[in-house]
Unconditional design. Structure first.
Length: 588
């Protein structure tokens, strides 16, 4: 029996290698590169990054190519031609990666990972089979992946415990890198090998169907109730918005995503038995869900829109917009097609993911254009650019919220899209004043200095609206306003960092009682009581009207010195009403 088992195992591995040669090569190549990267600095070597990224993407790409070949009944020559074309496209993409990677490259990495894995579900069923066949085959792929991952984890844990035992019992020093290499081997190579050995085969005949009672109970008694709870919360919040006449909070986007995702997953879980006579409530529930999606999508879009109108489009907001579009596509399709076209779910998501990764309407190009437009409009309004649209340099602008907005936009464009994204604001090539040897941080500071946006006041007021103020203290980039404080004459230090307006801070040490109280009844910040003697901590309320560059950061008295870092609160005539405070008290 052992001989037969070994023979069956070797036959299975051989057939898998013949069936998925490119996939296994990617797993071996990626494992080798990851092995080398452990203990070596490879983050600056773009060739290693390209190799690891290519191997990671190549595994799902070539699995999908194999499934497509089996689906279309391609000959061996045509099958290898398809895989070779896939390899060429993958290499072209990898060669376009810049030597210095940015957020855009890592974001595109995630998008392409999602895209390539979705291809595995689409390729075997793109032009054949019923919706039920698609569901069964997709379920088998997921089950195979979970089983492979489980085997890999068990092997890793088992061997790790064995190595740890040898290390402890025999005093044999085992390098920690061995465990990382073992994790790489099990997670990257063995997991892939297990999957291709058990990967379902595309067949012409009907797939055998068996539905798990556990899956049904999980969906009915856990997933559907959670979806209902989310729906009740979101609809209750919508009613609140209507009565209060207030824009929705940004956080509602996450709840909307959770509701939509759980609902669609629940629908997919229960899809095969939704038309059974004993489950007549399921089509009604799912139809109600897809109708209920539209108000949630409107709420979702409204929450995103409030952020876009204030701060423009960024990559993350773009992804939320794409997600809203995808939800509309899915909901309309399910309602118009009678919940009978589940292939549209991965296909539409796959297409939108690819659109988000490349091209003029990708997340990166749209975000870049949006933030460049914001900066251009702000510069024109503040007259920071001349009639030709070029930035007026060598003028230091005093700190204001608009200066801070411009700084954040410039930092974003420089960090995410490179300093050349700001070329339109300069008549001369930017590399004429930005040396190639400069780091990202140095490039950004040179830009901000040239554009007059580096000199910040020590103290400034950020107006939120007519009823709120926020005081923050800054030092400029040269740190010329920092100073030393002689602490030899002080005995105690009390840190205050609070969002409470009624909090008392108490310090009891060496029979010395110190109590700091926030006071919102007069023009003082509060009071500091030291051994029964009360000192009022005053702050000139003129600071709330016109903060100047020479405004002091400290409040001194005969018993203490206060260093105020930030103060936030509400205006009430001339009185202070504190909602947040961060300060340090040096007490004698």
């Amino acid at each position: 029996m052992k001989i037969l088992s070994l023979q069956n195992l070797s036959d299975t591995i051989y057939k898998s290698i013949i069936r998925f040669p490119f996939t296994l090569l990617c797993a071996i190549f990626g494992t080798f590169l990851l092995f080398y990267s452990i203990g070596n600095e490879i983050h600056s070597n773009i060739w290693f990054i390209r190799g690891i990224h290519g191997a990671q993407l190549g595994i799902p790409v070539f699995i999908a190519a194999t499934y497509l070949s089996e689906n279309l009944h391609l000959s061996i020559i045509k099958s290898y031609l398809l895989k070779s074309i896939s390899l060429i496209i993958l290499i072209i993409y990898l060669m376009t990666m810049p030597k210095e990677l940015t957020y855009i490259n890592f974001s595109r990495w995630i998008l392409l990972t999602i895209f390539t894995h979705l291809l595995i579900f689409i390729a075997p069923n793109i032009n054949k089979g019923t919706q039920l066949d698609f569901w069964i085959f997709s379920k088998n792929i997921i089950a195979t992946f979970i089983e492979s991952l489980f085997y890999s984890i068990i092997i890793f844990i088992g061997i790790s415990i064995a190595l740890l035992s040898i290390d402890s019992l025999f005093n044999i020093n085992i390098d920690e890198d061995i465990y990382l290499k073992l994790l790489t081997f099990c997670g990257f190579f063995l997991n892939t090998l297990f999957f291709i050995c058990k990967a379902p085969i595309v067949r012409n005949q009907k797939e055998e169907f068996s539905y798990s009672t556990i899956l049904k109970n999980f969906t009915q008694y856990i997933m559907f109730p959670l979806v209902t709870i989310y729906m009740v919360i979101l609809y209750a919040y919508s009613v609140k918005i209507i009565f209060i006449q207030d824009w929705p909070k940004g956080w509602v986007s996450m709840l909307s995503i959770g509701f939509s995702t759980l609902g669609i997953i629940s629908f997919l879980f229960i899809y095969p038995i939704k038309n059974n006579n004993q489950n007549k409530w399921i089509p009604i529930y799912t139809k109600v869900f897809f109708y209920a999606l539209f108000p949630i999508i409107i709420l979702f879009i409204a929450a995103i829109w409030t952020r876009i109108t204030d701060y423009g489009i960024t990559e993350n907001r773009y992804y939320l917009i794409i997600l809203a579009v995808w939800l509309v596509i899915v909901a309309l399709n399910m309602l118009l097609k009678g919940q009978n076209n589940i292939k549209i779910i991965p296909i539409s998501l796959c297409v939108l993911t690819l659109i988000s990764s490349f091209g003029p309407i990708s997340a990166f190009q749209v975000a870049k254009k949006s933030q460049t437009h914001r900066l251009n409009q702000l510069a024109k309004k503040e007259k920071w650019v001349n009639d030709d649209g070029f930035w007026i340099t060598n003028i230091d602008h005093s700190y204001s919220p608009k200066v801070e907005n411009a700084r954040s936009i410039i930092s974003y464009l420089s960090d995410y899209h490179g300093y050349n994204s700001l070329q339109a604001f300069f008549p001369q090539p930017m590399n004429s004043f930005l040396a190639d040897s400069l780091s990202k941080w140095e490039v950004k500071n040179v830009l901000l200095k040239k554009m007059g946006l580096t000199s910040l006041n020590n103290s400034s007021i950020v107006e939120k609206n007519k009823d709120e103020y926020s005081i923050h203290f800054y030092s400029n980039t040269e740190y010329e306003n920092l100073h030393l404080i002689d602490i030899k004459k002080y005995n105690y230090l009390l840190n205050v960092n609070t969002n409470s307006i009624d909090l008392e801070y108490k310090l009891i040490q060496d029979n010395k009682n110190i109590i700091f109280k926030i006071n919102n009844n007069d023009n003082s910040i509060g009071s500091l009581e030291i051994d029964g003697i009360i000192y009022t901590v005053n702050l000139d309320t003129n600071l709330l009207k016109n903060a100047k560059e020479d405004t002091t950061l400290s409040v001194e008295s005969e018993a203490f010195t206060m260093l105020l870092y930030s103060l936030t609160g509400d205006k009430d005539k001339e009185q202070l009403s504190i909602t947040h405070m961060r300060a340090m008290f040096l007490i004698k």
